[in-house]
Design a binder for this molecule. Structure first.
Ligand code: UD1
Ligand code: MG
Length: 442
C-alpha cells in the first residue's frame, strides 16, 4: 500500500520513492517480498502516483489506483480486481517500511498456514499512536484498537500493530468488502478485518517482529533514521562477510554494493549504487564510487572518483584526484594522480602521467580514447578524442595529442625549448632599478 500522500515529507517526490541506501523505499519492500517467495505484487497507488507505478512496473509489479484515500482497509480492498484470478495466501503490507525483511514475511506465511490469518505485531520503545493489539490467553488476536479509538486501559497495551496482514486471498477480499467507517477517523480500517474472520471461525495469530524492521517513513527525520538503520545493517553484513573496514560508521553503502571477502575499505568512502569490489582490492579514504567494478588487488584513492562504466581490472592503481568514467583500465595499468579518463580503454600495464586528460566531449558528442598496452602517457597530456595511442607508445609531457600515435612511437607536440643565458638575472636587475627610481620620485 503506497497511496498515502506522505504530506509530512513536504516533497514533490512521492514518499515511497525517496531512497534509502540508494533504492526507493518501495524497492526495498518489493525486494523483501520477492525474497520470501511472493510471486505476484500489486502496488496500491494514489491517482497522481505515476512515478510509483512506473517504478513498480520496472520491478515486475503491477499497480492499481486508489481513487480516494479512505483508509488502510479501503486501500487493500482496491487491489481486489487486480487479484480476482488469484487464489492462495495474500500478504498486505505498507510500502513505506524500508527495513522489512523476507524473514518476517516468511514467518507470517508459516503462521497463517496454521491459523488462517496472521498479523505482525511489535513492541516499540514508544508505543505512541500505533494501533494496540489485544490478544487472548492463547496469544490469538481478539481485536486491534486504533489509538484514537482506544480507552486509557487499551492504550497501556504495549503490543502494537505493524500493519502486515496475511490471509487467504479470496476470503480477505470478501471480508474487506464488508468494512465500515464508523470510527473516530471515518476511515475503512484494515484492522477491522480480523473481526469478520473471527465471525467465520478463522482466528488471527500474531507474529512478533523487531521494532527496527517495522520502522515507517513519514518525514525527512524518519527518512534519515531509516537510512542510518539500513547503513548499520549493510555494514554489519559486510563485516560478517570479512570485508575489512576500520571505521565502518564512516563508510556509506548502497543496497546493492558487492564487497567481496577480504577487500579493504578505508574510512569515509561512499558507494553509490552498482559497485562491485573484488577480493583483495583496497578502496582508500575519501573515494566516491558509482556503477563501477574494481578488480582483485586493485588500489583506488585516496580521493578517487569512479563513475558509471568504470571497470578496473586486477592490480590497477587509480590514485588521488583521478576520475574514471565509462572506461576500462586493463590489468596492472596505473593512473596515480590528477587525471580524467572518460570513454576510454587503457591497455594492460600502461602508465598514465599526472594531469592527463581524455578530452572526450566536443560539446555535442562523446568520443573514445584508446591507449594501447604498455603505453606511457607523459604528464599533462591532453588526448583529444577520438584518438588511439598504440601499444608501447610514449607521449611527451604537456603534449596535446590530436592524431593517432603508432605503436612504439614518441609523440611530442610542445614547442621546443630555448635558453637565453643570463636573461633572468638581467631581468631582475632592471625591475629592481625601476622600483628604486619610483620610490625616490615620491
Ligand atoms: C496504521 C494502522 C495502525 C498501525 C499503524 C502502523 C489502520 C487502521 N491502522 O495506522 O493500527 O499501528 O498503521 O504504522 O490500519 N494507505 C493507503 N491508502 C489509504 C490509507 C493508507 O495506501 O487510504 C497506506 C499509506 O500510504 C501507508 C499505510 O497505508 O503506507 C498506512 O497508513 P497510515 O495512514 O499511516 O496508517 P496509520 O494511521 O498510521
Ligand atoms: Mg502511519
Amino acid at each position: 500500500m503506497a497511496a498515502g500522500q506522505g504530506t509530512r515529507m513536504k516533497s514533490a517526490t512521492p514518499k515511497v520513492m525517496h531512497a534509502v541506501a540508494g533504492l526507493p523505499i518501495l524497492g526495498h519492500v518489493i525486494a523483501a517480498m520477492r525474497a520470501s517467495g511472493v510471486a505476484r505484487i500489486v502496488v496500491v497507488t494514489h491517482k497522481e502516483g505515476e512515478e510509483v507505478r512506473a517504478f513498480a512496473a520496472k520491478l515486475g509489479a503491477s499497480s492499481v489506483i486508489q481513487e480516494k484515500q479512505l483508509g488502510t482497509g479501503h486501500a487493500a480492498a482496491s487491489a481486489a480486481p487486480a487479484l480476482a484470478d488469484f487464489s492462495g495466501a495474500l500478504i498486505v503490507t505498507y510500502g513505506d517500511m524500508p527495513m522489512l525483511t523476507a524473514v518476517t514475511f516468511e514467518a507470517s506465511f508459516a503462521a497463517q498456514a496454521k491459523t488462517g490469518m496472521t498479523m505482525v505485531g511489535f513492541r516499540p520503545k514508544d508505543a505512541a499512536a500505533y494501533g494496540r493489539m489485544i490478544v487472548d490467553g492463547q496469544g490469538l488476536l481478539d481485536r486491534i484498537v486504533e489509538f484514537k479509538d482506544a480507552s486509557a486501559e487499551e492504550r497501556a497495551v504495549t503490543l502494537c500493530n505493524a500493519g502486515i496482514l496475511t490471509a487467504d486471498s479470496r476470503s480477505f477480499f470478501r471480508w474487506a468488502a464488508k468494512l465500515e467507517n464508523n470510527n473516530k477517523q471515518g476511515e475503512y480500517y484494515l484492522t477491522d478485518v480480523p473481526a469478520f474472520a473471527k465471525a467465520e471461525g478463522v482466528r488471527c495469530s500474531v507474529v512478533e517482529a523487531d521494532e527496527t524492521e517495522m520502522m515507517g517513513v513519514n518525514s525527512r527525520a524518519e527518512l534519515a533514521t531509516a537510512e542510518a538503520a539500513m547503513q548499520a545493517r549493510l555494514r554489519a553484513r559486510a563485516l560478517t562477510n570479512a570485508v575489512g573496514m576500520i571505521a565502518p560508521d564512516t563508510v556509506y553503502l548502497s543496497y546493492d554494493t558487492v564487497l567481496e571477502t577480504d577487500c579493504q575499505i578505508e574510512p569515509f568512502v561512499v558507494f553509490a549504487p552498482g559497485v562491485i569490489v573484488r577480493s583483495g582490492a583496497r578502496i582508500r579514504a575519501f573515494s566516491h564510487l558509482e556503477g563501477a567494478v574494481v578488480g582483485a588487488g586493485a588500489i583506488v584513492g585516496p580521493y578517487a572518483r569512479l563513475r558509471p562504466g568504470a571497470v578496473l581490472e586486477e592490480d590497477v592503481h587509480v590514485g588521488n584526484f583521478v576520475e574514471v568514467k565509462n572506461a576500462r583500465v586493463e590489468k596492472g595499468a596505473k593512473a596515480n594522480h590528477l587525471t580524467y579518463l572518460g570513454d576510454a580503454r587503457v591497455g594492460a600495464g600502461a602508465n598514465i602521467g599526472a594531469g592527463t586528460i581524455t578530452c572526450n566531449y566536443d560539446g555535442f558528442e562523446k568520443h573514445k580514447t584508446d591507449i594501447g598496452a604498455g603505453a606511457f602517457i607523459g604528464s599533462d597530456t591532453a588526448l583529444v578524442a577520438p584518438v588511439k595511442i598504440g601499444p608501447g607508445a610514449i607521449t611527451g609531457a604537456g603534449s596535446v595529442i590530436t592524431k593517432d600515435v603508432p605503436a612504439g612511437a614518441l609523440a611530442v607536440t610542445r614547442a621546443e625549448q630555448r635558453e637565453l643565458p643570463g636573461w633572468a638575472d638581467k631581468f631582475r636587475e632592471r625591475k629592481k632599478a625601476a622600483k628604486v627610481a619610483k620610490t625616490k620620485d615620491k
